[in-house]
Design a protein around this ligand. Structure first.
Ligand code: GDP
Ligand code: MG
Length: 312
């Protein structure tokens, strides 16, 4: 792996004091649990606010944000350290192109992640979107096929544009719960999470408002419409997921080049074919050969063996 430039997380001082205190408290908690590095992977469709969320967490404009689709983007890892703790956040380009998952973009992301360990996945989408569709499901499926179903045990859903006024006079909390339910459902479908597995895949949903016009409280912290200071709350949920006991995802060569990690049983196919050959095909061939050699016996031979019906 190329040496990664780890800079001191000085931009943490850009946050209001209350936010800084909370963030350092969370970092301290992780260190107590012997977690000295946290690598967060940020994924989702284009234009949903992935890069803006990375900038919000770091407290500095570290990755480019664009209102328009920018092409040919590559993943970027931003690393910051503070008091012996290193935070890595990997921003990725959107996965959709022309209505489909762009396999090449996915391949580039996978190669970028080689030998890295993903501790937490932030699956980003907008709160102010009114439906989920097959495209969402395709993105979820692509992530699952690339890193294995287990990545969803290490994930949280981030909904940006949280400072919205719900349409049709809907109450904010109702709108939020309907939007999260719809997204969680599509994740369960795309990742093929069974009903019986639901308790192992309790995916938290967190609200984010990256806009510079986000409301603030008396301590100058950016807040959601319900008054919650969302940066500490997002980081707290990230730390909870990081210490939920499930396994981080090591992206090794096997995961990148190997079969779809969800279909490992397909490795058994050659074994099954070999067994079929030995125990089904071979005996049939033997019977056929025996039949043929019997066919080829001349009539007199058969007569001598008493097998011919002919009377001479
Ligand atoms: P990405 O393609 O997923 O990385 O999305 P970007 O972070 O580049 O954001 C796309 C556009 O949405 C930019 O114009 C951002 O300023 C805007 N944006 C991102 N997050 C928010 C948010 O939470 N609220 C608002 N109002 N705009 C946002
Ligand atoms: Mg981006």
């Amino acid at each position: 792996m190329a040496a990664q430039l780890v800079r001191e997380w000085t931009s943490i001082q850009q946050f209001p004091c209350a936010t800084q205190t909370k963030l350092l408290e969370l970092v301290g908690k992780l260190k107590q649990e012997n977690v000295n590095t946290l690598t967060i992977l940020v994924m989702g469709k284009g234009g949903v606010g992935k890069s803006s969320t990375v900038n919000s967490i770091i407290g500095e404009r570290v990755v480019a944000v664009s209102a328009f689709q920018s092409e040919g983007q590559r993943p970027v890892m931003v690393s910051r350290s503070r008091a012996g703790f290193t935070l890595n956040i990997i921003d990725t380009p959107g996965l959709i192109e022309g209505g489909y998952v762009n396999d090449q973009a996915l391949q580039i992301i996978k190669r970028f992640l080689l030998n890295k360990t993903i501790d937490v996945l932030l699956y980003v989408d907008r709160l102010d979107a009114y439906r989920v569709d097959n495209l969402d499901r395709q993105v979820i499926k692509a992530i699952t096929d690339s890193f294995g179903k287990g990545i969803w045990q290490r994930s949280l859903v981030v909904l940006t544009h949280a400072q919205l006024s719900p349409p049709d006079g809907l109450n904010y909390d109702d709108f939020f719960s309907r939007r999260s339910d719809a997204l969680l459902k599509v994740i369960r479908m795309g990742a093929r999470i069974k009903k019986s597995e639901l308790k192992d895949f309790a995916i938290p949903v967190v609200l984010v408002e990256n806009s510079g016009r986000c409301n603030t409280n008396d301590s100058a912290e950016k807040i959601l419409p319900n008054g919650t200071s969302w940066i500490p709350s997002l980081v707290e949920t990230i730390t909870n997921v990081a210490s939920n006991g499930s396994k981080s995802i090591l992206v090794d060569k096997k995961l990148i080049d190997g079969p779809n990690p969800n279909e490992r049983h397909k490795l058994l196919i050659p074994v099954i074919l070999a067994l079929q050959y030995l125990f089904v095909v071979k005996p049939i061939q033997r019977t056929i050969k025996a039949d043929i050699s019997r066919e080829m016996k001349s009539l007199w031979e058969l007569r001598d063996m008493g097998l011919s019906g002919n009377r001479f």
